[in-house]
Design a protein around this ligand. Sequence first.
Ligand SMILES: [Zn+2]
Ligand SMILES: [Zn+2]
Ligand SMILES: [Zn+2]
Length: 355
Amino acid sequence: MLKEQPHRRYNPLRGDWVLVSPHRTQRPWQGQVEKHAAPAQLQYDPGCYLCPGNSRAGGASNPAYTSTFVFDNDYAALRPDGIEEQLNQDGLLIAESERGICRVICFSPRHDLTVARMEQEEIRRVVDTWTSQYEELSKLPFILSVQIFENRGEMMGASNPHPHCQIWASESLPNELEREQFSQSTHRNSRGTCLLCDYLRLELQAEERVVCENASFAAVVPFWAVWPFETLLLSKRHVTGLDQLDRAERADLAEILKRLTTRYDNLFEVSFPYTMGFHQRPADGEEHPEWHLHAHYYPPLLRSATVRKFMVGYEMLGTPQRDITPEKAAEHLRALSEVHYTSRASIAPTVRKGL
Ligand SMILES: [Zn+2]
Ligand SMILES: [Zn+2]
Ligand SMILES: [Zn+2]
């Protein structure tokens, strides 16, 4: 059934379904590597508002930073001040005030790098910054959720190529976290175990959806993946947040982030666009043993550097759908080299057959 026949798969983390239509990929499908010259990138761009020493909108200037750099977003979607207000009209028109803090983290002073092309030690410093930001923002009494996320590439609406991510810390749980909170606590209450620990065990046994792993983390194309090359990065030990990782695990996280993003870039030999982010326990001071630290990667590309998947039509009105199975997607990602295509000696035009 799972290989040939249309079927739907359940996502126990979100409590919804995805439609899989594997028969639609029976035609030979070619993963095309398009050789369009990538625009030469500068290590420092005088016009970039994230580069060291440059001035930002609103008059602030960046210091001459040499590693990571964190600042409050000049165009923050949330603000820490504000009066608490609520609206409820007939149980239908409901609104409430929302406070929060939005920050930007520059991964590196280098304008031209991406996670895939940074040194592992540099990524490790980014992991440390994520962790200290999570700790710092979690301690604020009005903050319930700390969402760290990276939008990479113009296709994902990231207008600035400078390697950076955002943190939105909010007073309420965002939709996705609320759904996962519900699923994980339901699982723990009914079975006494962790949903994602149980799931990871199944994936490591089956192996067919595992993309890469190290001693502390595994990246899989989840059984219920919606995006063609979506992955889920799971800690092997049951931890509820980045702050519970030990030194070796933080180093392993940096290592697997580099390996996974390198595989992504090598898939179509392009700087792979994606939205990624970490999900961890709510910041209400409770233990939340039901929560399992993980990261989602949602890349939009389908068949080449320019052919993307759209979530339209049936997917907007009904259920998300995919053609290439998660097992096939994992197979393609697993077959790729972990040496970045830009650092290989000769780059001959290639078309990988039979993808
Ligand atoms: Zn820059
Ligand atoms: Zn767990
Ligand atoms: Zn999640």
